[in-house]
Unconditional design. Structure first.
Ligand code: 2NL
Length: 368
């Protein structure tokens, strides 16, 4: 037998006999390491005559290739065997009790918490919750709310429009219907007035969208709006409702409010509301101090809006208000930045989130 055939037999049987990674590595070093036998044979090729090399070259390289392949195959077989051995010996006792991990119970997002608080407060005053789609028509989002076609107030909203779709039923040249992401929750009030007979008492919490993004604005944000339609609903009722809401929400016994004239296309008169607060080293407290903070807008529903919903302004009247949920959540729970609200970071949620079973109620305390 040649040296090469002899070497091959020795290495292949050593490889087959190796029972673990370390034994296999020792064979590899003996064969192909810096001082290995095959490495030494490869070095002899340089000193050979071309004729010798023509014969010995393929023989030595063939030896190297076959031994390398055997090493790789054995390494993979040993790995599989090791895994099988582990799977056969390691068992998991699925009957063991769970370790207490409070974070993993899940947390209620502050926005959801505040929506639940608002629902509890207004339910106590006889309000129902209404909901509607995020994707709306131009008609419900603007036209029926007394934003005339081409009116600059439409630009105030930085609307996300969908591409216009040609509508075969529309008049020639009407441009088809144009869908959009609702810029406020008001279209849900329109839907409610079109569907229900007065008296109406609803609040609408939900997502709203405007093409706006900076420290205090995100393209998606949350609003809650309220609507009351009845024979003689008036501003006195509105002021009482808003005052009760502010006291309940900020969990204080009294709060001064200030109503300033304003403008919205869908209300007349329109008002902006400030509440009394105290600013103290970056912290804000409500119901004390002599500073003011603007928190919402409101007004008497414009007669055009009533008419657009099939109601007769000589028969019924009403009031409405709207406020940003994200901002009042930040104010109430002392969160300095709006952006983490929507970054889905569980560490933030574990810190600022609420316990899932502590559903807010007026009797049990809203925020515990
Ligand atoms: C604000 C102001 C407001 C309304 C929303 C409303 C809805 C209908 C009719 C009349 Cl259908 N009004 N909503 C009224 C006044 C103000 O929101 O600054 N929101 C963040």
């Amino acid at each position: 037998m040649t040296d090469i055939a002899q070497l091959e037999q020795t290495f292949l049987s050593d490889i087959a006999a190796a029972q673990d990674e370390a034994a296999l590595e020792a064979v590899r070093v003996a064969a192909l390491g810096r001082n290995g036998s095959i490495t030494a044979l490869l070095k002899t090729l340089g000193g050979m005559t071309p004729d010798e090399r023509r014969v010995q070259g393929p023989a030595i390289n063939g030896l190297k290739d076959r031994v390398s392949a055997a090493l790789a195959a054995r390494r993979s077989a040993l790995k599989d065997a090791a895994l099988d051995a582990r799977l056969n010996t390691e068992t998991v006792d699925v009957t063991l009790p769970l370790r207490e991990t409070p974070g993993e119970a899940g947390r209620v997002h502050p926005i959801s918490q505040v929506m639940d608080e608002l629902t509890a407060i207004f339910a106590d005053m006889g309000f129902a919750v209404a909901e509607g789609p995020d994707i709306e028509t131009d008609d419900y989002n603007f036209t029926k709310l007394n934003f005339p076609e081409g009116h600059p107030a439409r630009d105030m909203h930085d609307t996300f429009y969908f591409p216009p779709k040609p509508d075969p039923r529309s008049e020639p040249g009407a441009g088809g219907s144009r869908m959009l992401l609702r810029t406020h929750t008001s279209p849900v009030q329109i839907r409610t007035m079109l569907k229900q007979k007065p008296p109406i008492r609803v609040i609408i919490p939900g997502r709203t969208y405007r093409s706006d993004s900076d420290q205090t604005h995100t393209p998606m944000f949350h609003q809650v709006e309220g609507l009351v339609i009845d024979k003689s609903a008036h501003l006195g009722h509105l002021k009482w409702i808003l005052e009760e809401f502010c006291k309940a929400f900020f969990e204080v016994d009294r709060v001064k409010m200030r109503f300033r004239p304003s403008y919205f296309p869908f209300t007349e008169p329109s008002l902006e509301v400030d509440i009394q607060c105290k600013r103290d080293k970056g912290e804000v407290r409500f119901g004390e101090g002599d500073d003011w903070m603007e928190i919402l807008g409101c007004g008497m529903v414009h007669p055009n809006v009533l008419r657009n919903c099939g109601l007769d302004p000589d028969e019924v009247q009403g009031f409405a208000w709207g406020l940003g949920i994200d901002r009042i959540a930040m104010l109430k729970y002392g969160m300095p930045d709006l952006r983490p609200f929507f970054e889905a970071d569980v560490r933030w949620l574990n810190h600022y989130g609420f316990r899932p079973l502590d559903f807010p109620t007026l009797a049990g305390g809203l925020s515990n």
